[in-house]
Ligand binder design. Structure first.
Ligand code: EPU
Length: 433
């Protein structure tokens, strides 16, 4: 287990370079399987989830070469099995992203039920409906107590109109990747339009795919016979940007964030609503607190509304904002649980139900020892600990490292007091998260 020891009370000042987006890098790595020629991915974040997916790709024989910390070369050449190892697949939810590319390119897949952050039920039915719509068969099997999905599309996939009941990010990505090599035209509606979905579509287009409607809720894909490897830059991470923006505001410091993505609108809108001064100039964002932080009403939704992956970080900020804040997290049933831990630090939290919470502020926070249940709750605890009185211990911080590149270096570089402690032989370490 990894534990972060965070001493609160220092305003953060300085510059942080934002890394590539986790949720753009993972589908891009899967998309590289669609061609035998090599795709060179740049601005890839150096995070645990990227390494976990790379290990899965290697395990099926794909060409995977890490050029340096942030550049990877990947292709589908050498793939000799479509059987995804159970334990590797369980390590991350994004293993589901292999479904579309592997089925459309190689005609079959055996995929374990994906793992990942325990933030809610996170059904995978939407993915299967989309692939079935394109002509694949997908069956659920249980082998030695383990859940697998067996997909077949030996005769190839055929374009179709796909109505997707949930505006799911990864189901949209799977459907686009599958449709890129299917015969005929596919429409996906309503498609997710998060920046990472757009970034994937742009990569596919430069590989030779024909996609219309990129960045909208309707995508039209004209299948092509084959795709070529390309050089593709992973878009910068809007969630990491928002996280460090909160770090500046919550500690009453001032941060300049470089390499930020162009479109931060829903995030900047909410920061400003809370009294934060956030000035964007191209790929640079400067953030500091205004006169005072104000409570706000926040409802997560699909892009371009406020992203669920930033909700816990904003929840931490609300503890320092004047007045009442209200959060509605309808997507995930466990993604407000972190507020119970904030309450143990002194936050004034009233949970109305698993999806709605009221936070009153500002309240001084006291250091605490907290288990990190998932990536985004974990980083919210780090943010709260940065303003708490004393030294907080955040357990299972490896979950935070799934998604934040060089977190400790970036935070200590702007004055944060945070240390990483490796705890060996912890019996709890054996639990799968
Ligand atoms: N959902 C709905 N209706 C919708 C949209 C979603 O019911 O309109 C439900 C889905 O059924 C699912 C859940 O909400 O259970 C999440 O939706 P989605 O399927 O879009 O999630 P995902 O594709 O599995 C990606 C990100 C998540 C992020 C969500 C939502 C990747 C690899 N993962 O997951 O990222 O929370 O979209 O934006 O892209 C994270 O980075 O911490 C993370 C969990």
């Amino acid at each position: 287990m990894i534990r972060f020891d965070v001493t609160g009370g220092t305003p953060l000042r300085g510059t942080i370079a934002i890394s590539g987006s986790k949720n753009a890098a993972l589908p891009a790595m899967a998309a590289a399987l669609l061609s035998d020629s090599v795709s060179r991915l740049t601005n890839v974040p150096d995070i645990r989830d990227v390494h976990a997916l790379a290990e899965i790709l290697r395990s099926i024989g794909a060409h995977v070469h890490q050029v340096d910390d942030h550049i990877w070369e990947i292709s589908g050449q050498g793939v000799n099995t479509t059987d995804i190892d159970y334990l590797l697949g369980r390590r991350l939810r994004a293993s589901i992203l292999l479904l579309g590319p592997v089925l459309t390119r190689f005609g079959s897949i055996r995929l374990p039920h994906p793992g990942g952050c325990v933030i809610g039920k996170r059904p995978v039915g939407t993915h299967f409906e989309a692939l079935r719509g394109l002509g694949a068969t997908i069956e659920h099997t249980k082998e030695e107590g383990n859940d697998y999905y067996l997909g077949q599309a030996e005769a190839g996939l055929a374009g179709a109109h796909l109505y997707i009941d949930e505006v799911s990010v990864t189901a949209t990505e799977n459907a686009v990747m599958a449709a890129a090599l299917a015969e005929g035209t596919t429409t996906i509606r309503p498609a997710a339009m998060e920046p990472h979905v757009v970034n994937l579509c742009e990569m596919l287009v430069s590989m030779g795919a024909k996609i219309n409607g990129i960045g909208s809720h309707t995508l039209t894909i004209e299948g092509v016979e084959n795709l070529q490897g390309v050089e593709h830059r992973i878009v910068s991470d809007e969630i990491e940007t928002g996280t460090y923006a909160v770090a500046a505001a919550i500690t009453n410091g001032e941060l300049t964030l470089t390499n930020v993505p162009t479109d931060l609108e829903p995030i900047l809108f909410k920061l400003r609503a809370m009294g934060v001064i956030a000035e964007q100039n191209g790929d640079t964002l400067t953030v500091r607190r205004g006169e005072e932080l104000k409570g706000t009403r926040l409802q997560v939704d699909t892009w371009p509304r406020f992203p669920t992956d930033l909700q816990p970080q904003f929840g931490a900020l609300m503890t320092q904002a004047k007045g009442k804040s209200f959060v509605h997290e309808w997507m995930y049933e466990n993604r407000l649980k972190y507020t119970e831990s904030l309450a143990t630090m002194g936050a004034d939290v009233t949970m109305l139900n698993p999806h709605q919470v009221v936070i009153y502020g500002p309240t001084p926070l006291e250091a605490a020892t907290i288990d990190s249940p998932d990536l985004r709750s974990g980083i919210a605890f780090v943010l709260a600990a940065l303003v708490a009185d004393g030294v907080s211990h955040i357990n299972y911080a490896e979950l935070i490292l799934r998604g934040y590149d060089s977190l400790l270096e970036k935070l200590t570089g702007v004055g944060a007091k945070i240390e990483q402690v490796e705890i060996v032989d912890s019996p709890a370490e054996a639990t799968t998260k």
